[in-house]
Design a protein around this ligand. Structure first.
Ligand code: HEM
Length: 529
């Protein structure tokens, strides 16, 4: 009898905890929660979550639970996975005033990436950062960066000529020393994707074996590790207050080790650009434009922080995603030489063989356009997108979505919707050709591969411009073929994208210059390798 009261109280607390966190059956408004796996006592659906390639596991839930949006919990945290693009538009676009928050990440602050607006809560600070980025990266503004992107692409082609099979190194901007990293131990020091962003952001010319790159790689490793695999402290934030000697708090050591790199990438290049700008020697860049726009030398400390913080975000946000699509290009061309051939025939017919394709040719090259769309769709760069969070209770199609629910837009599921994209696992650019205007617009993967609503990718036009030019120039000048095994049999790679940043596992292929004319065209480009 003496212990019955504590036990009763404990039982009541635990029961309330579980009921509050999942809300069995119905909400206080009498509405049901969206379909999903049945939660277990206390842990919710922790055991139901797919272990690898979550996006594919989550996509399968649509069939299992008969819904394009699925609700589940892990301990007290509530989640909604959206597999259906229409639901994503209804909620994240049309109701973006309440669906544009981000979940708080303790780890992001601990490693020193707290300045990154991608993780800011929806509010005035995020709006200010977003506004200055948008100013320089909107649909019109990116035209001003075309020359820069063209120069960087031409430089990339020149470097590739020397050793075409180095293509992966050349498009990589950093390596992840993680289990899924294809580059552990052999890090490239120059890359096209990284070069374009560094030049755009700071006017900084990345050098071969640039001393800055190892720091950048460490800082981005910290970011991707804390987001990808994730740390328990983000599931149970109270762990941040547990002393570092307690087992299970390795995240503290991780944060301590990596924080200096994150601080260095925030401070170093900005300081350097600002000094060169003050001396009148800095080339035009995102940073110099903003410094001038905010009153030049009279810039307030507050505005200077905005310029510094927002510039440091661009490298992290822009390089990996662009790299992902370009590596898919090499994979797709290896498996589907017919797609490469069709694109090349079109370029030869429309542009000719006396020059390389340029931005002005884009509208006249529908097959190349379809090829780029299919690259975006086939293996999206952010298969599970960064999550959103809902600010207030909501109701959708008769279901209750409680405030604080973390929303995972499953972009992979949307780009593999069999009704929109039959035989969706097959790379087939033709699916985008010969369509009426309405259908073409409706199934354009750019509608969702860059995310949704107010949080939609702010660098989408910059990325799209750069990817298009790289693809068109590579098609025109390089051959990409299957490698052969020892018996002389061709190896057809099987695509495998294990990480949450859509990067394929390494695969064999043979890249060679197309012919002497291609070599001459590249050689005559007015940039230094
Ligand atoms: C193929 C290339 C790219 C893809 C597929 C991509 C995709 C995405 C996605 C899915 C999001 C999340 C949107 C959401 O929350 O709904 C995002 C956010 C973002 N992207 Fe990109 N991105 C790419 C390139 C770039 C580039 C080149 C830059 C910068 C120059 C950039 C900067 C950002 C930033 C700053 C955010 C955070 C926006 C916010 O939270 O308000 N991205 N991107």
């Amino acid at each position: 009898m003496s212990y019955s009261l504590p036990i009763t109280v404990l039982a009541a607390v635990v029961t309330a905890y579980v009921l509050l966190s999942r809300g069995f059956g119905k909400s206080s408004k009498g509405l049901r929660y969206p379909p999903g796996p049945k939660p277990r006592f206390i842990t919710g659906n922790a055991k139901d979550i797919p272990h690898e390639r979550h996006w594919i596991g989550f996509a399968n839930w649509t069939k299992k639970y008969g819904s394009g949006f699925i609700y589940f919990t892990v301990f007290r945290t509530k989640f909604l996975v959206i597999n259906d693009y229409k639901v994503a538009f209804d909620l994240l676009d049309k109701r973006s005033t309440i669906y544009s928050d981000r979940p708080k990440s303790v780890m992001i602050d601990l490693i020193g990436w707290g300045f990154n607006m991608t993780f800011f809560n929806y509010g005035e600070r995020w709006k200010e950062h977003r506004r200055v980025m948008h100013q320089n990266l909107n649909n019109r503004a990116v035209r001003e960066w075309r020359q820069l992107q063209s120069d960087v692409t031409h430089k990339f082609l020149k470097k590739l000529v020397a050793n075409p099979n180095d293509w992966l190194y050349r498009i990589e901007q950093y390596a992840l020393p993680l289990p899924f990293s294809p580059f552990e131990g052999s890090l490239p020091d120059h890359s096209m994707t990284g070069s374009a962003i560094m030049k755009f952001t700071y006017g900084y010319e990345l050098k071969e074996k640039d001393e800055y790159m190892p720091t950048v790689k460490k800082a981005i490793t910290a970011l991707t590790t804390s987001q990808g695999i994730g740390f328990m402290v983000d599931k149970i934030p109270l762990l941040q207050y547990v002393p570092a000697w307690v087992p299970g708090t390795q995240f503290k050591k991780f944060a301590k080790d990596y924080r200096p790199y994150c601080e260095a990438i925030l401070e170093g290049p900005f300081k350097d650009t600002k000094e060169r700008w003050a001396a009148g020697t800095a080339p035009d860049s995102y940073v110099t434009r903003l410094l001038e726009g905010f009153g030049g030398a009279k810039i307030s400390q507050e505005k200077e922080e905005v310029v510094k913080d927002s510039s440091a975000v661009l490298y992290a946000a822009g390089t990996d995603s662009t790299y992902s699509i370009l590596s898919s290009f090499f994979l797709a061309c290896t498996i589907h030489p017919e797609a490469h051939k069709k694109a090349r025939d079109e370029i030869d017919r429309v542009v000719g063989t006396d020059r390389l394709p340029d931005f002005g040719d884009r509208e006249s090259l529908p097959y190349v356009e379809a090829l780029v769309k299919e690259l975006y769709r086939w293996n999206p760069a952010a298969p599970l997108g960064p999550s959103h969070q809902i600010l207030v209770d909501d109701e959708y199609e008769g279901y209750f979505i409680p405030a604080g629910t973390i929303i995972h837009p499953n972009i992979w599921a949307m780009t593999h919707n069999e009704e929109m994209y039959p035989d969706s696992l097959t790379f087939n650019p033709d699916r985008f050709l010969g369509l009426d205007e309405v259908t073409a617009k409706e199934i354009d993967p750019k509608n969702f591969i860059f995310g949704f609503g107010r949080r939609v990718c702010v660098g989408q036009y910059f990325a799209d411009q750069q990817i298009w030019l790289a693809v068109a120039c590579l098609v025109a000048t390089f051959d990409i073929r299957k490698a052969k095994d020892q018996s002389g049999k061709e190896i057809t790679p099987v695509p495998n994208y294990p990480s949450f940043v859509g990067k394929p596992d390494p695969f064999p292929c043979v890249v060679t210059l197309r012919n002497t004319n291609a070599a001459k065209l590249i050689d005559e480009l007015p940039v230094e390798a």
